[in-house]
Design a protein around this ligand. Structure first.
Ligand code: CP
Length: 324
């Protein structure tokens, strides 16, 4: 059996499980496609019939607001039929396996599965078992990967900074438990960001050797000094032992991004956060809602990125079918 690949025999995207190893050209193709779906503020959102006749099913076993809503809107704006399985009301709670759930929905002609799961490997496992015309898109997997988040973060930086190579990008906070940080690392590496920094208390930085090429900082002030982009991360309480969870007040005092601290970054720096935010813990409201914040634009860009990914995998499927 061939080792798993998220690409088809022609090297085109079939599934999207990870950004690891993706080339700059592959990332830029997705970003270009996403940019075509962006509209000016106040204009109606982009729509097309590119996914007419396609069914998109979402299965989220971890909570989500942004990813789930934006995948649904993306699919609907492309004309797809959309199913959001309510996992607590599904037969999974009666002991049905993940594969039996997938096979059941596949029998109803679901073409694309959007999966968020707390367990490492579930997206790939499902991708290895679906029919050849079906695609699996990760909507966030444990602490390891959140590929569409990485793409929307890159799109946001491109929008505000015009490129990547001259930038200092600081990823700050609970990097160790963050799938957002890992996908950001992968996409920023592909795009050859000038200087990538990971910044946080030692206990919340990844193991030494993970994220080669990124500079490590155990001081917020040093880590964001002259940064062009400051990406704040939430403390992933759900992935920590109770005893390891930092006290929110202590954390805020040492690691919270305030307007005063943000002055250490470049004057035109942008502040990002994947959400959901813990206001007055990792980020002060004056920063989250302030002039440097592009957090809401990240959310807007999430719909465009997910439209691009859906269009891409369905376009590639149709290309494979056309050859037969
Ligand atoms: N950024 C992100 O994944 O947010 P949700 O958990 O709300 O989807």
């Amino acid at each position: 059996m061939l080792p798993f690949s998220q690409y088809d025999a022609d090297g085109r995207l079939h599934h999207l499980i990870t950004l690891e190893g993706m080339s700059s050209a592959q990332v830029r193709e997705l970003l270009d496609r996403a940019q075509a779906h962006l509209r000016r503020p106040g204009e109606p959102p982009a729509r097309s019939r590119a996914l007419e006749g396609v069914s998109v099913g979402s299965i989220f076993t971890e909570p989500s607001t942004r990813t789930r809503a934006s995948f649904e809107l993306a699919a609907r704006r492309l004309g797809a039929d959309v199913l959001n399985l309510e996992i607590q009301l599904s037969s999974r709670v009666k002991g049905e396996t993940v594969l039996d759930t997938i096979y059941t929905l596949q029998a109803m002609a679901v073409d694309v599965f959007v999966i968020r799961d707390a367990e490492v490997g579930v997206c790939q496992y499902v991708a290895e078992h679906v029919q050849p015309h079906v695609s699996v898109l990760s909507a966030g997997e444990a602490h390891v990967s959140h590929p569409t988040q990485g793409l929307l973060d890159a799109l946001t930086i491109l929008q505000f900074k015009g490129g990547f190579r001259d930038l200092v990008v600081a990823v700050v906070g609970d990097v160790r438990h963050s799938r957002v940080a890992r996908s950001a690392y992968e996409v920023f590496t592909a795009l050859e960001v000038g200087e990538l920094r990971i910044v946080g208390p030692r206990a919340l930085l990844p193991e030494a050797g993970e994220m080669p090429g990124a500079r490590r900082f155990e001081s917020l002030e040093a880590g964001i000094l002259h940064a062009d982009v400051v990406m704040m991360l939430r403390i992933q309480r759900e992935r920590m032992a109770e005893a390891s969870i930092p006290d929110p007040h202590d954390y805020c005092a040492r690691w919270g991004l305030t307007a005063k601290r943000l002055k250490l970054a470049r004057p035109e720096a942008i502040v990002m956060h994947p959400g959901p935010m813990n206001r007055e813990v990792e980020i002060a409201s004056e920063v989250a809602d302030g002039p440097h914040s592009v957090i809401r634009q990240q959310v807007t860009n999430g719909v465009a990125v997910r439209m691009a990914v859906l269009e891409t995998v369905i376009g590639n499927r149709d290309r494979r079918r056309g050859r037969r």
